[in-house]
Design a protein around this ligand. Structure first.
Ligand code: ACO
Length: 428
């Protein structure tokens, strides 16, 4: 293949260089397009054909169902690594040695106290507030209690900012749930691993010692790993674009949390469970809901099905389906919701509407079932996703700042009124 793309606009032709990735993906570099063509731009709502950056963090091939972080296959990471190791690899480029991991964890533990005034902010939220709104607000509010702005040219300052948020975010996650459940706000223990500590903070009852279930710990580790990064998705692009204005790390993350909240993105895990509940309440007739999903005059979509990039299968869904079976078996949960989920999956996988459009179960089809078995309230599901996605967002923000990417500022094609005269209010 030549390394030049040719563009013809009317009589004029232009040439643009091709950019190749290490997995041989090809992009046309149109940085000079507007200048060369006297103002012509490209338009691509939803960015289905647009690369926003070059990135060395995550590779995914939606056709082949491949997902790798820093070159490591997701299947292997989910099987052999723990969440903190994966977080380290995403943020710093490779899996840590024992010493590197220990230092990272020790540094995180040393920053894991959240300013007590954060409790006052949390206290002001009504109990009915959505946990994603609370988490986004508290993450932004952390800025007020950590006033140094990060000098990204200083490795030390960058490292300290990363360690701080890795330490404090789990506290916010746990407190968000405890607020909703009416439980006292607590802390974990420095003697515990990163994920065990999150579990203790979330699940410990005030009147009994917390006993960790290793199967739940293992499933949570997997869920966090599977959610840890997914290249330039909606929330990650949000983190990068907010960070590109040189807003701080915590503010950028807070915006990413808001982006993740939506039901077409991270909010899908909540939406899946609500959908399954609704089907159960309505008598469990999966065929009726399959028909609704296919009916173009009905806005209903089968939540947890389809993905912008995976048009074959979502490799994360395979791993999580197995974990869901293990957790339910170990907890002895017989959940009718799981039967409805399995029924829907079976029907969709053999239905021409879903097969032709390459709509397969995505990671969120199963994650909610596991969270429910762990007794995590449905509105907290997307918060759990955010906990897993944290290292990915940090890694992407860091890469964007270190690459000195320019401020994100797309163009548009204006389709509004041409210039018109102002009419005073009594003449309108
Ligand atoms: N149920 C029914 N039909 C669907 C579904 C669905 N879940 N998803 C896509 N379709 C149909 C669309 O109606 C469209 O049909 P058409 O070609 O006849 O018009 C076709 O499939 C293509 O759909 P698009 O919306 O164009 O696909 P896109 O790539 O833009 O959207 C998305 C992907 C948003 C994930 C979509 O599949 C969806 O809404 N799924 C349900 C929500 C969900 O599970 N989101 C989680 C995503 S994973 C994550 O964020 C971690």
């Amino acid at each position: 293949m030549s390394d030049i793309a040719k563009l013809q606009i009317g009589e004029d032709s232009y040439e643009f260089p091709l950019v190749k990735g290490t997995e041989n993906e090809v992009a046309i570099d149109i940085k000079s397009l507007r200048g060369a063509t006297n103002g012509v731009i490209t338009i691509d709502p939803g960015y289905k054909n647009t690369g926003s950056c070059e990135s060395a963090i995550t590779f995914l091939d939606g056709e082949k169902g491949i997902l790798r972080y820093r070159g490591y296959a997701i299947e292997e990471l989910a099987e052999k690594a723990d969440f903190l190791e994966v977080a380290y690899a995403l943020i710093f480029g490779d899996l840590p040695t024992t010493e590197q991991l220990e230092k990272f964890h020790t540094d995180i533990k040393s920053k894991s106290v959240v300013d007590d005034d954060i409790k006052k902010i949390l206290d002001a939220f009504p109990k009915t507030a959505h946990p994603m709104g609370i988490l986004s607000s508290l993450t932004s509010a952390l800025t007020a209690f950590n006033p140094t702005s990060v000098n990204v040219d200083s490795e030390e300052e960058m490292y300290n900012a990363i360690v701080k948020i890795m330490a404090k975010f789990p506290v916010l996650v746990a407190w968000t749930m405890r607020k909703q459940k009416g439980l006292p706000l607590n802390y974990g223990s420095k003697s515990l691993g990163y994920v065990e500590n999150i579990m203790k903070m979330m699940f410990e009852e005030p009147n009994e010692d917390y006993v960790m279930n290793p199967i739940i710990k293992d499933a949570l580790d997997k869920l966090f790993i599977l959610h840890a990064d997914h290249e330039q998705n909606c929330s990650t692009s949000t983190v990068r674009i907010v960070g590109s204005s040189h807003a701080g790390l915590f503010a950028s993350l807070s915006a990413g949390i808001s982006a993740l909240w939506g039901p077409l993105h991270g909010g899908a895990n909540q939406a899946v469970l609500e959908m399954l509940e609704a089907i159960k309440e309505d008598g469990g007739d999966t065929k009726k809901y399959m028909a609704k999903a296919k009916d173009k005059s009905d806005p209903f979509r089968l939540m947890g099905f389809g993905h912008r990039v995976y048009k074959n299968f979502d490799p994360r869904a395979k791993i999580i389906k197995k974990a869901a079976d293990e957790v339910l078996a170990s907890l002895g949960v017989e959940d009718p919701i799981l039967e409805i989920a399995k029924g829907l999956e079976k029907e969709a996988l053999s239905d021409p509407y879903f097969v032709d459009r390459k709509l397969y179960p995505n990671v969120d089809f199963y994650s909610g079932i596991i969270y429910r078995a762990m007794d995590i309230p449905v509105e907290m599901f997307t918060v759990m996703f955010a906990m897993g996605r944290l290292p990915g967002w940090i890694a992407q923000w860091k890469e964007m700042r270190l690459n000195k990417e320019p401020i994100g500022r797309p163009r548009q094609i204006y389709t509004g009124e041409n210039v018109r005269d102002f009419k005073s209010i009594d003449n309108r």
